[in-house]
Design a protein around this ligand. Structure first.
Ligand SMILES: Cc1cc2nc3c(=O)[nH]c(=O)nc-3n(C[C@H](O)[C@H](O)[C@H](O)COP(=O)(O)OP(=O)(O)OC[C@H]3O[C@@H](n4cnc5c(N)ncnc54)[C@H](O)[C@@H]3O)c2cc1C
Length: 637
C-alpha cells in the first residue's frame, strides 16, 4: 500500500480551483456511459447521488433503511457551519479553516480543510435554494448561532432538527433524479462486500434484507458513504443501524483505514440510566450557547440544584476557559466533565452527570425565546427523564457520538483502492483528532454536492475501465463468501444473544479506549476483545432464517465486524504514543491535564493495511505538512 494524498501544488487558497481546472472532464454526452454505485443515502450519499445523476451519470444507490430519508443524518440536531460572516464578527474562510485545523489538534490535512471552508458557503446557498427552512432573524435574514471551538457565530440551523431538514433537501434532489430515471434506489440492501478487479473497485455484493437474497451489482466506480462506527461502543448517540461493516469490508479488500482510534465523545448527552438501555440521546451542543455547565463545589453535595447557592457552584468551564467558556470544543468539555465527576462532584443518582442550567438565560431572554431556540430538545429531554429543564437544570454526561477515523482518502476522496471513493463520516478526512460541532453536516454535504462531482470525473475520464459483468469470478467469489458467512452465523446456535456480545464489547471499549486511555488498559482490552470474539463465533445464537426479514442476523454480521474492528481501534490507540484531541493517553498530558501532542514523532495520519484475519495489520504514515498554520499547544483559555 502506498499513500499518496495527491495534494495539488500552488498556494493553499488556489489549490482547489487549480485542481478543478487540471482534472480531466467527461464529455456531457459520455457521462451516460458510466455507472456509479453509491452506498448510503445520508447527507453525504444522498447529495452525491443527486449531484452525480444531475451530471448525467447512471447512479445506483443503496441503503439499509426502507427509505433513503431514514439515514442517520436525519438525527442531526444543532446546525451546519459556513463562513458567511453574516454577523459581521470577523469570520472568513481562513478563520473557519484555522478553527477546524486547531480544533482537530493539528492532525488533519491543510489542503482538504481549506477546501471544506471554501465550499461551506456554497452549501448554504444550495440548501436555501432547495427550500431548507433555516432559522431566520426578525428581518428575515438567515440566523446564526455559536458552536464549540469558535469565537464567531457561524452555525446555520433549523431549530434542533437541522439534519432532518437538510436531508429532506437532499432527498428531494435525489427523488427528482429517480423520477428522471437517472438514479435507481435499492432500499433494504446491506452491502456485504466490495468487488475489486485488477485493483479497481468494480461493484458490490449486497443482501436483500427482506428476502435474504444475495445480489451483485457492477459499476465503473463505487462511492461509500456509509456513516460512522460509533456503535462499536454499543451505547452511543448514533442510530441503532449505524455500523462499520461496509468500510471494514473495504479495508479487508485493500482500502487503508486511518486513525481508527479517533472517537468523539460528546459532553452533553442524557446520562446512562440503566443496564437495559440500548441507546443514548444527545443534547445538542447548541444548548451551550445559553446553558451554563456547573457542579457543586463540594464533593458529595446531594442537595437539589436549586438549593445550592451561587457561591457553592463551580462553573468550571467558564472558570478554566474564560475566552471560550461553555463553548470549548467537545474533547476538552468532555474530559472536564469526567474530571469533575472523578473528584466526586458529579450529580444525580449515579454521580456521573453535571448540570446544564438555563435559569440565567430564561431570566435574561424569557422562556419563549429559549423555547423558540431549543423547544424540541427540551421536550425530548423531559420525555426521557421526566424532568422539566425550564424549571430544573438538565443533567448531562459525555457519550460516544462521532468517529473522526475512517477509510483513508486522498484529495480526490479516493481510497487506496482505485475507483473506490469514500464520503462523509465514513472517511477520515477533515476533522483530525477532534471534530468541531456543526462541521460533520458541512463535510458530508461538501463531499457530496461539491467535491465528488468533480473528482470522480477526473478518475472516470483518465482511467481505462474495461467492460465487466457479474459473471466474473471476483463477483462469484465475493457473493459466495457473503453466503457462507450468513450460513455460519445461523448455524452456531449457541446460548448468548448478539446483543450480549455487543454490550460486552462496548463496555471494554468505553472503559479502556474511551475518554482516557493508557497502555496497560489498552493491552488488556485487546486480549479481552480477542477472547470475546472467539466466544462469539462459538456461542452466539441467531434465531430465524436467512430467507426472511431477520434483524438478529443483520445485527450478528455487524457485531462480528465490530468485534474485529474494535481490536484495530485498540492497536491504533496503542501505536499513537502521544495525546491529541480525543485521543487522551494518560501518560501524555500537560501540567493542566490537557492533551500533550508529540509533533516530532506523531504528526501523521495513521493508516492501517489489512494483512489477514488474526494477523497484525501494517501501519503506513502520511506525514502532515503545516505550511500555513503554526503548530501550537491548543488553548481555549
Ligand atoms: C444525535 C446526533 C446529532 C448530530 N448533530 C449534528 C449537528 O447538529 N451538526 C453536525 O454537523 N453533525 C451532527 N451530527 C453528526 C452527523 O449527523 C453525522 O456525522 C452525519 O449525518 C453522517 O452523515 P453520512 O451521510 O456520512 O452518514 P449517515 O447519515 O449515517 O448515512 C449512512 C448511510 O449508509 C447506509 N449504510 C450504512 N451501512 C450500510 C451497508 N453496509 N450497506 C448499505 N447501506 C449502508 C445507511 O443506510 C445510510 O443510508 C450528529 C450526530 C448525531 C448522532
Amino acid at each position: 500500500m502506498r499513500l499518496d494524498a495527491k495534494i495539488p501544488g500552488g498556494p493553499l487558497t488556489e489549490k482547489w480551483d487549480r485542481h478543478r481546472f487540471e482534472l480531466k472532464l467527461v464529455n456531457p454526452a459520455n457521462k451516460r456511459n458510466f455507472d456509479v454505485i453509491v452506498v448510503g443515502t445520508g447527507l453525504a450519499g444522498g447529495s452525491a447521488s443527486a449531484s452525480l445523476a444531475e451530471l448525467g451519470y447512471n447512479v445506483k444507490t443503496f441503503c439499509i433503511q426502507d427509505s433513503p430519508r431514514r439515514a442517520h443524518s436525519i438525527a442531526a440536531q444543532g446546525g451546519i457551519n459556513a463562513a458567511k460572516n453574516y454577523k459581521n464578527e470577523g469570520d472568513s474562510i481562513w478563520r473557519l479553516f484555522y478553527d477546524t485545523i486547531k480544533g482537530g489538534d493539528f492532525r488533519a490535512r491543510e489542503a482538504n480543510v481549506y477546501r471544506l471552508a471554501q465550499v461551506s458557503n456554497n452549501i448554504i446557498d444550495q440548501c436555501v435554494s432547495q427550500g431548507v427552512p433555516f432559522a431566520r432573524d426578525y428581518g428575515g435574514l438567515l440566523a446564526n448561532r455559536s458552536f464549540g471551538g469558535a469565537q464567531v457565530s457561524r452555525t446555520f440551523y433549523a431549530r434542533g432538527q437541522t439534519g432532518q431538514q437538510l436531508l429532506l433537501g437532499a432527498y428531494s434532489a435525489l427523488m427528482r433524479q429517480v423520477a428522471d430515471g437517472q438514479v435507481t434506489i435499492f432500499p433494504r440492501r446491506e452491502m456485504l462486500d466490495i468487488v475489486v478487479i485488477n485493483g479497481q473497485a468494480r461493484g458490490i455484493v449486497v443482501r436483500n434484507l427482506i428476502t435474504g437474497e444475495i445480489e451483485t451489482h457492477p459499476a465503473h466506480a463505487v462511492v461509500l458513504s456509509t456513516g460512522g462506527y460509533a456503535n462499536t461502543f454499543f451505547l452511543s448517540t448514533n442510530a441503532m443501524g449505524c455500523n462499520v461493516s461496509a468500510i471494514f469490508k473495504a479495508y479487508k479488500k485493500g482500502a487503508g483505514f486511518s486513525n481508527p482510534c479517533f472517537t468523539q465523545i460528546h459532553p452533553t448527552c442524557i446520562p446512562v440510566h440503566g443496564t437495559y438501555q440500548s441507546k443514548l440521546t444527545l443534547m445538542s451542543e447548541s444548548l451551550r450557547n445559553d446553558g451554563r455547565v456547573w457542579v457543586p463545589k463540594n464533593p458529595g453535595d446531594k442537595r437539589s440544584p436549586r438549593q445550592i447557592p451561587e457561591s457553592e457552584r463551580d462553573y468550571y468551564l467558564e472558570r478554566k476557559y474564560p475566552s471560550f467558556g461553555n463553548l470549548v470544543p467537545r474533547d476538552v468539555a468532555s474530559r472536564s466533565s469526567k474530571h469533575q465527576c472523578d473528584q466526586g462532584k458529579g450529580v444525580g443518582n449515579t454521580g456521573l452527570a453535571v448540570y446544564l442550567d438555563f435559569a440565567d438565560a430564561i431570566k435574561r431572554d424569557g422562556k419563549s425565546v429559549i423555547e423558540q431556540k431549543y423547544g424540541n430538545l427540551f421536550e425530548m429531554y423531559e420525555k426521557i427523564t421526566a424532568e422539566d429543564p425550564y424549571e430544573t437544570p438538565m443533567m448531562t454526561y459525555p457519550a460516544v457520538h462521532y468517529t473522526m477515523g475512517g477509510l483513508y482518502v486522498d484529495y480526490n476522496l479516493m481510497s487506496t483502492i482505485d475507483g473506490l471513493f469514500v464520503l462523509g463520516e465514513a472517511n477520515f478526512s477533515d476533522h483530525g483528532a477532534n471534530r468541531l460541532g456543526a462541521s460533520a453536516l458541512m463535510q458530508g454535504l461538501a463531499d457530496g454536492y461539491f467535491i465528488i462531482p468533480y473528482t470522480i470525473g477526473g478518475y472516470l475520464a483518465g482511467t481505462p475501465l474495461p467492460e465487466i459483468n457479474t459473471s466474473r469470478q471476483a463477483f462469484l467469489d465475493a457473493a459466495q463468501t457473503a453466503k457462507d458467512r450468513t450460513t455460519k452465523l445461523l448455524s452456531i446456535n449457541g446460548n448468548r444473544t448478539v446483543d450480549y456480545y455487543h454490550r460486552k464489547l462496548g463496555l471494554i471499549m468505553w472503559d479502556y479506549c474511551g475518554m482516557t486511555r493508557n497502555d496497560h488498559g489498552l493491552m488488556m482490552a485487546r486480549k479481552m476483545i480477542q477472547e470475546l470474539r472467539e466466544e462469539f463465533w462459538e456461542n452466539v445464537i441467531v434465531p430465524g432464517a436467512n430467507e426472511e426479514f431477520n434483524q438478529s442476523l443483520e445485527r450478528a454480521g455487524r457485531v462480528a465486524d465490530f468485534l474485529e474492528f474494535g481490536e484495530l481501534m485498540i492497536i491504533d490507540a496503542l501505536a499513537r504514543k502521544e495525546s491529541c484531541g480525543c485521543h487522551f493517553n494518560e501518560a501524555y498530558q500537560t501540567e493542566e491535564n490537557e492533551a500533550k501532542r508529540d509533533d516530532d514523532n506523531f504528526k501523521y495520519v495513521a493508516t492501517w493495511e489489512f494483512k489477514g484475519y488474526e494477523k497484525e495489520p501494517v501501519l503506513h504514515k502520511e506525514h502532515l505538512a503545516f505550511e500555513n498554520v503554526e503548530l501550537t499547544q491548543r488553548s481555549y483559555k
